[in-house]
Design a protein around this ligand. Structure first.
Ligand code: URP
Ligand code: ZN
Ligand code: ZN
Length: 460
């Protein structure tokens, strides 16, 4: 099967030009002006942007968490991602404390195998680093194609590891060419504040926000940077939200350290005032919580300063009935919000169309940097001869409105209900196949493949 995309404006992290793209099988085989190859299918991209498919390196599909499961499984989650222009996601396999990494991987595979519509990969979340876990690290990097290891500095008793475990893990991961991702918030401080608010009868969603002040994130981000600097292990802070935390990363650059930073779309465009409405605020109960307007400004600036490298989602949807588990106690509200389908369009509309970021920067933070940091480049994350034909064709001017009534995520509300967006995903290709066209998904579960990743170390 061959496809010729004609007359599009091709945008990569570094280029912007008018050309045709010729695809044979799963791969881009030629790019140029007025290509004359005969193709089985021709797509007219006149007036449209032709960009690499989005990569969302932070999603939680079918994840057991806080007494329930995130409501998108591999089928619904990766399909919704495709509708939104994201062709590859990276999910987190969670080790159960007391059990092996391998047993967690088997459990995750039982949910993901043959169920994904779009491509996916895994980070391995180490929640119990001990002599047995230590022996497994090399195998994951060298044989499983899982080269990034997630750690939690919060969620004590379930996911959190202490600093002794963190340093031991960093040394092992560095030895074999991997990377540590971290949820960097001070779990003990947060647990103290949660207990304090509960004992005072302060149980509404806003107390979730007030239990995780900026200092809890700034402190942990700085501590993580120090440990990464000490061990020499590459580090990546997930879902960074605020000025204090970004300044900890900025400080680390003064000793020539490079910490990779991810923020998420919600932290760029939503703020903590949403917690001021009674239980409705539960829709945005996530960790870390939404912050202030000044933090949004810091994050947009951080993107342009090259300090914030990736815009992800931390997609972790729960239906309203699941959120109601915490109706009498904010600490029981399952943490997370749905965004896997909305990220590319919201970032385009709020970032590019408002002039906050350039088109090249958009591609860089929504796709290319994640591919580079996580060992998938240039297979994924760019439009180049030899790369997978993962392509998003977008109409930059079409207006539309986000709503739970029209989205494809398996959740009965939207964190962005009624949001007017300029820029619409029109056609999406994944490995040379049209997977989305005219609001219709053309492939079924099983089309999505697991992406084995290389060792990290590609500079961005
Ligand atoms: O609220 C969140 N972020 N839920 C998912 C788990 C995590 O911390 O990433
Ligand atoms: Zn987290
Ligand atoms: Zn997460």
């Amino acid at each position: 099967m061959s496809i010729l995309i004609k007359n599009g404006r091709i945008i990569t992290a570094s280029d912007d030009y008018l050309a045709d793209v010729f695809i044979e099988g799963e791969i881009i085989s030629a790019i140029g002006k007025d290509l004359s190859q005969k193709a089985d299918q021709v797509i007219d991209a006149n007036g449209k942007l032709v960009m690499p498919g989005g990569i969302d390196p932070h999603v939680h599909l079918d994840m057991p968490f806080m007494g329930t499961y995130s409501s998108d499984n591999y089928e619904t989650g990766t399909r919704a991602a495709l509708f939104g222009g994201t062709t590859t996601v990276i999910d987190f396999v969670l080790q159960t404390q007391g059990k092996s990494l391998q047993s967690a991987l088997q459990e995750w595979k039982s949910r993901s195998d043959n169920n994904a519509v779009g491509d996916y990969s895994f980070h391995m979340a180490v929640t119990d680093f001990n002599e047995e876990t230590k022996k497994e690290i090399r195998h994951f990097i060298e044989n499983e194609g899982i080269t990034s290891f997630k750690t939690f500095m919060a969620y004590k008793g379930a996911l959190m590891i202490d600093d002794k475990q963190m340093i031991g893990l960093m040394q092992e991961v560095k030895k074999y060419g991997g990377l540590i991702n971290v949820h960097a918030t001070n779990g003990d401080m947060i647990d103290f504040l949660i207990a304090k608010h509960r004992s005072e009868g302060k149980l509404a969603p806003i107390y979730h926000y007030l239990s995780q002040p900026e200092v809890t994130e700034a402190e942990a981000s700085g501590r993580f940077a120090d440990m990464a600097n000490y061990t020499g292990c590459p580090g990546y802070i997930v879902h960074l939200t605020c000025e204090g935390a970004l300044n900890a990363v900025r400080n680390a650059t003064t000793r020539n350290q490079h910490i990779f930073v991810e923020t998420c779309i919600q932290y760029l465009i939503l703020d903590a005032s949403l917690y001021e409405q009674n239980f409705e605020g539960a829709k945005w109960v996530m960790s870390p919580p939404l912050r202030e307007k000044k933090d949004q400004a810091t994050l947009w600036a951080g993107i342009n300063q090259g300090l914030v490298n990736v815009v992800a989602t931390d997609h972790c949807p729960f239906k309203w009935e699941q959120k109601l588990m915490g109706k009498d106690d904010f600490s029981k509200i399952p943490n997370g919000h749905p965004a896997i389908e909305n990220r590319m369009e919201l970032l385009f509309s709020e970032g590019v169309n408002t002039g906050k970021i350039t088109l090249n920067k958009y591609v860089e933070v929504a796709s290319t940097n994640a591919a580079k940091i996580f060992g998938m480049f240039p297979k994924k994350g760019t439009i180049a001869v030899g790369s997978d034909a993962d392509i998003l064709i977008m109409d930059p001017n079409e207006m539309h409105t986000l709503s739970a009534g029209t989205h494809h995520m398996n959740v009965d509300y939207s964190g962005y209900e009624g949001w007017e967006v300029k820029g619409k995903v029109k056609t999406v290709l994944l490995r040379g196949k049209v997977v989305i066209d005219n609001n219709e998904c053309k492939v079924s579960k099983g089309y999505g493949q697991f992406v084995k990743r290389n060792k990290v170390g590609s500079n961005i």
